[in-house]
Design a protein around this ligand. Structure first.
Ligand SMILES: *[C@@H]1O[C@H](CO)[C@@H](O)[C@H](O)[C@H]1NC(C)=O
Length: 218
């Protein structure tokens, strides 16, 4: 799988409204919510709407990332069709309107690499895992869970809000049948607030286990 540099993932946090990504908290990592039913590929997941204290909470994309990161997780990265099915099933079962994923468009400082152009086609990646997302116009393999339609009737990503308010739709949300299109990916401006899904971050777990060995983070 194509990887994008970790530096880019860090830059994302800095680039969004000049706010920073936070460091993991060893006790929060140790006590992160772990349900057996959400253990997949060696990772635990967290669904904000199934946990009492966050049940009603909605956060913007960076705040949601930081809540995950405090717990050695990050917003969910959906690298396979199977994982997409797992996450969309959870959205369906929870009967919630939408969620944040870690999907991000590389359109900030450091994103001028030729292979990322144009960003709306080639610039998408999972900031949680640093994996690239297939070009949105790719014709082979799994091209992701993008909706075939949206508010202006065009396939996603469409950066629709940019034409209306000059705010780039730089983050990937999963919307639950908003446009009679199923539970599918849409590019959305990152300042919107939504429930969220976290997934263990191998990078943050490695960092926290190494830095705080006394915490014995599982
Ligand atoms: C996808 O879009 C890129 C950039 O606009 C273009 O160069 C490429 O030929 C397109 N690929 C396909 C399969 O349409």
């Amino acid at each position: 799988m194509l990887r994008i540099s970790v530096l880019l993932a860090v830059l994302v946090g800095v680039a969004v409204a000049q706010r920073q990504l936070i460091r993991p908290d060893p006790q929060a990592c140790k006590n992160r919510i772990k349900h057996a039913t959400t253990f997949r590929n060696g990772h635990y997941y967290f669904f904000s709407w199934t946990h009492g204290p966050t049940k009603e909470h909605q956060r913007d994309w960076l705040d949601a990332r930081n809540i995950c990161r405090k717990h050695c997780q990050d917003l969910v990265s959906i690298e396979t069709e199977d994982e997409n099915r797992f996450v969309t099933e959870a959205v369906k079962n929870g009967n919630i309107q939408y969620i944040w994923t870690s999907g991000r468009k590389c359109n900030f400082d450091g994103c001028d690499r030729p292979d990322l152009q144009p960003p709306i086609v080639n610039g998408w990646f999972w900031s949680g895992s640093s994996a690239r997302i297939s070009p949105t116009n790719s014709t082979s393999g799994w091209r992701g869970g993008w909706s075939r339609t949206g508010g202006s009737g065009r396939p996603q990503p469409d950066n629709r809000e940019f034409t209306e308010t000059r705010t780039d739709e730089s983050c990937i949300a999963i919307l639950n049948n908003f446009y009679n299109d199923g539970i599918v990916w849409h590019d959305v401006a990152c300042h919107h607030v939504k429930p969220w899904v976290c997934e263990d971050s191998e990078e943050l777990l490695r960092f926290a286990r190494f830095t705080y060995p006394e915490a014995q983070i599982p």
